[in-house]
Design a protein around this ligand. Structure first.
Ligand code: SAH
Ligand code: SF4
Ligand code: F3S
Length: 452
């Protein structure tokens, strides 16, 4: 059965960049099948939720969205309801019991199979696709949100076993794409006029360890460092980024490559999670806070102005006040540009969720507030260094809050606004003198007059 021309779809995406990248590919599949994007979910007859289950509140948000559309299905039986992503993988069949109106439940490894799965649905089946598979290379053209910056997956899954984390359960084992497939994607992006590419992986430093091949000296030849050298000269692409880095695998060789390769931006996202060694050990992170500090020092020795962002968890089971203060100390010492903070949330199927030394919500919330306060202060201090400086801004979009301005980012990933016309500036690299700083964004004046 093929969809009629009136078929319209809407995708709501929760969670991380991995999900955003998957959504863009799934949107590409739907458009190739003849579906058109509907701005409002209520105008769509295919609704896809690409879901996240990293914390309980992320999961609950999905159920409340889903509940609304499930009701709609009672008077619009033609509506197709799809749950993709990490909640789909975690819950599988159980989701159908909870929301019988669902047509398709599909885990993240099945994103590239959307066409085939949807065809089964259109033939009248209720489908669950959550078995682990080898991820097939996608051949469709993703429908990307931006025409300037793009994500390219380089490794799927995660082989770590952090005791708090659902990702290995829902994303499966590491699967690296070949350097050739990655480069081919980036070449197409360069031809299409994209200027910036972010290489994506949950644990991107693990890239390549599942690929065959070793050099004459016996060193594995497919590392993230090798990949950066392999793709950095793709014509048209001006900036390269990568995320997320795991401190355990961050090497000096990688840092040197970043310093040496002009297109690789001086911005690193390296979560530390906790500043206390006993907590890090209980989390199963495989490094100490001393090692983490050495990595940051090494990054700054090669690139003194590098921006560093991170993730941190407060209120991990058993975390004492003194251990939490170690996290505060690490943050105070290391000058981060941005930290994503979260209160620990027990997750199904993870070891730490079963431990008896859980902390109360009051303690977790109190610590979260104290950490956030410090993070705000640090970010604001870090922003000061930009004042009066000229930064290269890659223009992405209009500033939706002030349409006389455009929005872009510094190489260090700071959001920056300046006066200008989006139609002439989109995708341009513009030198901008920074005149105003806020904790997480900057405002400036362009130093060149752009051709009208
Ligand atoms: N692969 C990345 C992180 C991916 S998950 C890494 O290893 O650093 C994104 C972030 O969510 C994590 O860095 C962590 O800070 C947070 N997170 C993961 N599980 C969590 C949980 N159970 N409770 C609270 N935060 C969690
Ligand atoms: Fe989760 Fe740890 Fe894997 Fe990151 S490295 S995705 S925190 S298990
Ligand atoms: Fe969430 Fe899945 Fe990403 S759980 S953070 S969407 S890998």
């Amino acid at each position: 059965m093929s969809p009629s021309s009136s078929r319209r779809y809407h995708i709501t995406t929760f969670g991380c960049q991995m999900n955003k990248a998957d959504s863009e590919r799934m949107a590409g599949v739907l458009e190739e099948m003849g579906y058109q994007w509907a701005e409002r979910p209520d105008d769509a007859n295919v609704i896809l939720y690409n879901t996240c289950t990293i914390r309980d509140n992320a999961e609950q948000k999905v159920y409340s969205y889903l509940g609304r559309q499930a009701k709609r299905k009672h008077h619009e039986p033609d509506l197709t309801l799809i749950v993709a992503g990490c909640v789909a993988q975690q819950e599988g069949e159980a989701l159908l019991h909870r929301v019988p109106e669902l047509d398709l439940v599909m885990g993240p490894q099945h994103a590239n199979r959307l066409r085939e799965l949807l065809e089964q649905v259109l033939d009248g089946n209720q489908v669950v696709a959550t078995d682990p598979i080898h991820i097939v290379e996608d051949i469709t053209k993703p429908r990307r949100d931006s025409t300037v910056t793009a994500w390219v997956n380089v490794i799927y899954g995660c082989n770590e076993r952090c005791t708090y984390c659902v990702v290995p359960n829902v994303r499966g084992v590491e699967q690296s794409r070949t350097p050739e497939a990655i480069r081919a994607d980036i070449e197409v992006l360069g031809q299409q006029g994209f200027k910036e590419v972010t290489l994506l992986g949950q644990n991107i430093d693990a890239y390549g360890r599942d690929l065959p091949g070793a050099t004459a000296e016996g060193r594995h030849q497919h590392t993230l460092t090798d990949l950066l050298y392999f793709v950095h000269d793709v014509p048209g692409i001006e900036r390269l980024r990568f995320a997320t880095s795991h401190p355990r695998y961050f090497t000096e060789r990688l840092i040197r490559a970043c310093a040496e390769l002009p297109k690789v931006c001086e911005h690193f996202h390296i979560p530390f999670q906790s500043g206390d060694n006993a907590v890090l050990k209980a989390m199963g992170r495989g490094y100490t806070q001393e090692r983490y500090r050495r990595i940051i020092e090494m990054v700054r020795a090669y690139m003194p102005d590098a921006s560093i962002s991170a993730d941190a968890i407060v209120g991990f089971p058993g975390e004492t006040e003194a251990q939490f203060e170690q996290t505060l100390e690490l943050v105070a010492d290391l000058e981060f540009d941005l930290i994503n903070t979260a209160a620990y949330s027990p997750r199904p199927g993870t070891p730490a969720a079963l431990w008896e030394n859980q902390l109360s919500d009051e303690v977790k919330q109190d610590r979260l507030q104290r950490l956030n306060h410090l993070v705000g202060q640090m970010a604001s201090a870090r922003s000061q260094r930009y004042l009066g400086r000229t930064e290269e801004i890659l223009v992405e979009e209009v500033n939706h809050k002030n349409p006389t301005q455009v929005m872009g980012r510094t190489r260090g990933n700071r959001l920056t606004f300046f006066a200008g016309e989006i139609e002439t500036l989109r995708g341009q690299l513009v030198p901008v003198k920074i005149t105003e700083v806020r904790p997480f964004s900057l405002t400036g004046e362009p130093l060149v007059l752009c051709p009208a």
